[in-house]
Design a binder for this molecule. Structure first.
Ligand code: PLP
Length: 360
């Protein structure tokens, strides 16, 4: 007889991750919005030094890391939450805030983990289509907030469409959300956004105890292999609740050490962001010359609308045969053929563009 699973398991979608590919050397990995740059030598040295402490549990309070984050962002330690990646914070927020009868509001297509929050908790998922320019439709999202709403997620810049909204629009949105509804502003890619100073959203925190800024070491810091993210919160309540629903020691020794060291090298981070933005501009110019319709990217990836007549899967297959892994738009919620392509190293981007030109 087959094992009987919970109703919850039947609801939870399987994360559409790529995997099982050969070795990164053989393939240009442009599918997961990772940094193409390896960790800095000083970060690797900090990780190496921390391996000597692996017989001990990690600091369950991540106090050194929280202290550095507090110094950098001016948010008290008690209003900072750490996670085993920012996904961990998202899932824990879902567990802490949602339950059957409650509702979660988010845009769609957006980050593929958001549907998990509702599915896992039995809450209702209210999805709001993006506007014609693939951006969040905040007025429409506001209209979906009801007495049942517990959580609203705004992803800025949005994954998978790469688009961003001006902070003024987000500020006005947060102003209109009832104060008992938690708003998570997922800023995994904010450092790549040229519309705003990445730290401008911090000004909203003091006025809005229900606001959470979600950040990660996975993207600009290039540490996704270690899993560490954080949330800067408007109040102390959410970090406390997140810790209640998670296992202790969720952020490992190496991740904490690496993140602390990474924070000390902001010049290198800025340099890498600048290089990625330079790639964004040159890839954008070539795509335009090829007649490919791309959303206006403020992230480290682009969102390409291939046109209804194109065969997305055939193009994905053709790219893979040429050593390039990208993400399928339909797997990420697009109703039309689309691709999400991370900006890699210059030679990887050239390989991708040459292959795409050939396939189109
Ligand atoms: C919008 C968004 N939020 C959060 C994450 C989660 O990142 P991590 O769990 O690696 O911190 C991602 C990862 O791709 C993302 O795209």
């Amino acid at each position: 007889m087959a094992i009987e699973f919970s109703e919850r398991i039947r609801r939870i979608p399987v994360y559409p991750a790529a995997g099982g590919y050969a070795t990164p050397d053989e393939l240009a990995l442009l599918a997961s919005n990772e940094s193409p740059y390896p960790p800095l030598p000083a970060v690797r040295a900090a990780i190496e030094a921390a391996t000597g402490r692996l017989n001990r549990y990690p600091d369950p309070t991540s106090t050194v890391l929280k202290t550095r984050l507090s110094e950098r962002y001016g948010v008290p330690l008690s209003r900072i939450a750490i996670g085993n990646g920012s996904c961990d914070v998202l899932l824990a927020a879902g567990e802490a805030l949602l339950e059957p009868g409650a509702e979660l509001v988010y845009a769609w297509p957006s980050f593929s983990v958001y549907p998990h929050l509702a599915a896992a908790s039995g809450a209702g998922a209210i999805t709001v289509p993006l506007d014609a320019e693939d951006r969040h439709d905040l007025p429409a999202m506001l209209r979906e907030i009801t007495v049942a709403t517990r959580l609203v997620i705004v992803c800025n810049p949005n994954n998978p469409t790469s688009t961003a909204l001006p902070l003024a629009e987000i500020a006005s949105f947060v102003e209109q959300v009832p104060p008992h509804v938690c708003v998570i502003l997922d800023e995994a890619y904010c450092e790549y956004n040229l519309l705003e100073d990445p730290d401008a959203s911090l000004d909203l925190l003091d006025a809005h105890p229900n606001l959470v800024l979600l950040r990660t070491f996975s993207k600009v810091y290039g540490l996704c292999g270690l899993r560490v993210g954080f949330a800067l919160c408007g109040s102390e309540e959410l970090p406390r609740a997140l810790d209640q629903v998670r296992q202790p020691f969720f952020c490992n020794v190496l991740a904490q050490a690496a993140a602390v060291e990474a924070l000390a090298h902001q010049d290198a981070v800025t340099d890498r962001v600048t290089r990625t933005i330079a790639e964004r501009i040159s890839v954008g110019e070539r795509l335009q010359a090829m007649g490919v319709q791309a959303a206006e990217s403020q992230a480290n990836f682009c969102w390409l609308r291939l046109g209804a007549e194109r065969d997305e899967q055939a193009i994905m297959k053709g790219l893979l045969e040429r050593g390039i892994l990208v993400r399928s738009g339909s797997a990420l919620g697009s109703e039309e053929p689309a691709l999400r392509v991370t900006y890699g190293l210059p030679e990887e981007n050239t390989r991708f563009l040459d292959a795409l030109a050939e396939l189109l």
